[in-house]
Design a protein around this ligand. Structure first.
Ligand code: BGC
Length: 478
C-alpha cells in the first residue's frame, strides 16, 4: 500500500484526470435531469390541467425509470462494455429532453420522463464503474468522488437554469424564445449536456478491465499504457488475470447470485449502503425543501433562497471529501458523516416538535427556527462530505470486476427504489408527524454508523483486485 506521503505527493496523469472528468459528465446529467422538473412542475400542471395525484406520478415516475435504467446498465455494461452503455444513456437523455420539451399531453410527458429516468439510471451506474476502472489506486477515491461533484453541480445547474428561464419569460408557464413556454425550455436545455455526453462517449477508450475480461489483452494494454506508468501495465493485467483464475477455482460463474439470500454477500453490502444513503432522507431536502421550510413558518421567497444556498453548500462540501478520501480512507469519513447526520437529524426532529399554530399560520417559536435551519445545513454538510460521494466510490470499487456493472446496477437500482419510497412517503408522513418522520431518518443515520463499523472494510490504497479479495474471497464482509 502506498504511504500517506506517496498518496499526497503522487502526480495524477493528466490523461486519467480527463477520462475521469469525462466519465463524470454522466453524473452531471444525473443531477440535472433529476432536478430540472422542480421549476417546471407547476406550469406543467396548469398546462395539462393535472390533478395532484397525476402531477405526483409524473414527477415520481422518473425515479422508477432510474431503477430500471440502473438494472439495465449493469447488463449492457457487462455484456457489451462501458462505452456502449454510455452511448445508450446519452441517446436516452437526448430523446427524453426533446420528448418532454415538446410533449403533446400528460401521457406522452410521463412516457418521456420514464425514458429520461432510464438514462439517469444508466449514468448512475456507468460513471462510478468506469472511473474506478481507469483510476490508479492511490487517487481512486478522489477521482470517483468527481461523480458526486458532477451530480451536485448538475442539481445546481438545473435550479439555476430553471430560475433564469422562468425569470426571463416572466413565469414558467409564459411563452419565451420561439413562442415556446419557459417550462418546455427547461427540459429542452438538458439536450445540450446530453449531446456533449454522447460526443464524449465516442472519444473515450473502453475500460481496460472490461477488455481483459473479454480476452482483449492487447487493447487493454494500450489503454493501461496511457494511464499508468508503462512498468505497471503488466502488473495490472496479471492481477486481473489472477482474479479471473481465482474466480474460476472458487466456482464463481461471474454471477451476482450467491448463498446470502440468493445474492453474493458483497452485493448485499452495496445494496444496504445504497438504501441507507437514501433512508437518511437527503432527497427530502432536495425535492421538498421549499415545502419543508414553508411548513415550519418561513416565507416562500426565503424558502427558495434557502434551497439554492443548500445546493451550493452541497457542491462545496464534496470538495472536502475529495481532499480527504485518499488520505484518511473511506471508513473514518463515513463514520464521522453518520454521527453528524444522526445528531443533526435528531436536532431537526426536536425543533419541528416545538411548532405552534396550524395550517399556513404554523411557526417555530424562539430560537427553534434558526436551530432547525442550522441543523438542516449541518445535515447536508455531513451527508455531502461523506455518504453522498463515498457510497458511489465504494460501489465502484467493492465488487469483483467480473460482476462489477451488474452488481453496481442492482445496488443503484435499490438506491432508486429507496429514493422513490422516501419521496413518495414524505408528504404523507410529514402530514402525520414531521418530528417522527425526522426521528426515523435519524435512526437510519445511526444504523448507518453501525453498518459501516461492522460490515465495511477499508479499501483505501488498494487495487480493485485487492479490494475484491477483502469482500469476496477471504470470506465475506456481510
Ligand atoms: C444521491 C442522490 C442525491 C445527491 C444529493 C447522491 O449521492 O445518490 O440521491 O440527490 O447525492 O447530493
Amino acid at each position: 500500500m502506498p504511504t500517506a506521503q506517496e498518496q499526497t505527493t503522487a502526480r495524477i496523469p493528466q490523461r486519467v484526470i480527463w477520462l475521469a472528468l469525462a466519465g463524470a459528465v454522466g453524473g452531471f446529467l444525473f443531477g440535472f435531469d433529476s432536478s430540472v422538473v422542480n421549476g417546471a412542475v407547476d406550469a406543467m400542471k396548469d398546462e395539462f390541467a393535472l390533478s395532484e395525484a397525476v402531477t405526483g406520478f409524473a414527477v415520481a415516475i422518473a425515479l422508477l425509470g432510474c431503477a430500471a435504467g440502473a438494472y439495465l446498465a449493469g447488463k449492457v455494461a457487462d455484456h457489451y462494455g462501458r462505452i456502449p452503455a454510455m452511448k445508450l444513456g446519452a441517446l436516452l437523455f437526448l430523446v427524453s429532453a426533446l420528448g418532454t420539451g415538446f410533449a403533446f399531453g400528460v401521457w406522452d410527458l410521463i412516457f418521456w420522463r420514464l425514458v429520461g429516468g432510464l438514462g439517469i439510471g444508466l449514468a448512475s451506474v456507468i460513471a462510478p464503474a468506469y472511473i474506478s476502472e481507469i483510476s490508479p489506486r492511490h487517487v481512486r477515491g478522489r477521482l470517483a468522488s468527481l461523480q458526486q461533484l458532477a451530480i451536485t453541480t448538475g442539481i445546481f445547474a438545473a435550479l439555476l437554469s430553471d430560475a433564469l428561464l422562468a425569470t426571463s419569460a416572466g413565469g414558467a408557464g409564459e411563452a419565451y424564445w420561439l413562442g415556446i413556454e419557459a417550462w418546455r425550455w427547461m427540459f429542452l436545455a438538458a439536450a445540450l449536456p446530453a449531446v456533449v455526453y454522447g460526443w464524449i462517449a465516442f472519444t473515450l477508450p473502453e475500460s481496460p478491465r472490461f477488455l481483459v475480461f473479454q480476452g482483449k489483452e492487447e487493447e487493454a494494454r494500450k489503454v493501461f499504457n496511457s494511464i499508468v506508468p508503462a512498468e505497471e501495465t503488466d502488473r495490472h493485467i496479471r492481477e486481473i488475470r489472477d482474479a479471473i483464475e481465482e474466480d474460476k477455482l472458487a466456482g464463481q460463474k461471474g454471477s451476482v447470485r450467491g448463498k446470502t439470500f440468493g445474492l453474493q454477500a458483497v452485493v448485499w453490502v452495496g445494496i444496504i449502503l445504497s438504501v441507507l444513503q437514501q433512508f437518511v432522507g437527503i432527497n427530502v431536502i432536495f425535492y421538498y425543501s421549499t415545502t419543508l421550510w414553508k411548513a415550519v413558518g418561513f416565507q416562500e421567497k426565503d424558502s427558495l433562497t434557502i434551497s439554492v444556498a443548500t445546493s451550493v453548500t452541497n457542491i462545496l462540501v464534496t470538495l472536502v471529501a475529495i481532499a480527504l478520501v485518499d488520505r484518511i480512507g473511506r471508513r473514518p469519513i463515513l463514520l464521522a458523516g453518520s454521527v453528524g447526520m444522526a445528531i443533526s437529524l435528531a436536532a431537526m426532529a426536536v425543533a419541528f416538535s416545538t411548532a405552534v399554530g396550524s395550517g399556513s399560520e404554523i411557526s417555530l417559536p424562539g430560537a427553534w427556527g434558526p436551530v432547525a435551519l442550522v441543523a438542516a445545513n449541518v445535515f447536508v454538510v455531513s451527508f455531502g462530505a461523506s455518504w453522498g460521494p463515498l457510497v458511489w466510490v465504494l460501489l465502484g470499487e467493492i465488487f469483483p470486476s467480473r460482476i462489477r456493472a451488474r452488481a453496481l446496477g442492482l445496488a443503484a437500482a435499490a438506491q432508486w427504489v429507496a429514493n422513490f419510497a422516501i419521496t413518495l412517503s414524505f408528504p404523507v408522513m410529514a402530514a402525520g408527524s414531521l418530528p417522527l418522520t425526522y426521528a426515523m431518518y435519524a435512526l437510519f443515520a445511526a444504523a448507518s454508523f453501525f453498518f459501516v463499523m461492522f460490515k465495511v472494510p477499508e479499501t483505501n490504497g488498494m487495487s480493485l483486485e485487492q479490494a475484491e479479495t477483502l469482500f469476496v474471497r477471504k470470506g465475506s464482509a456481510a
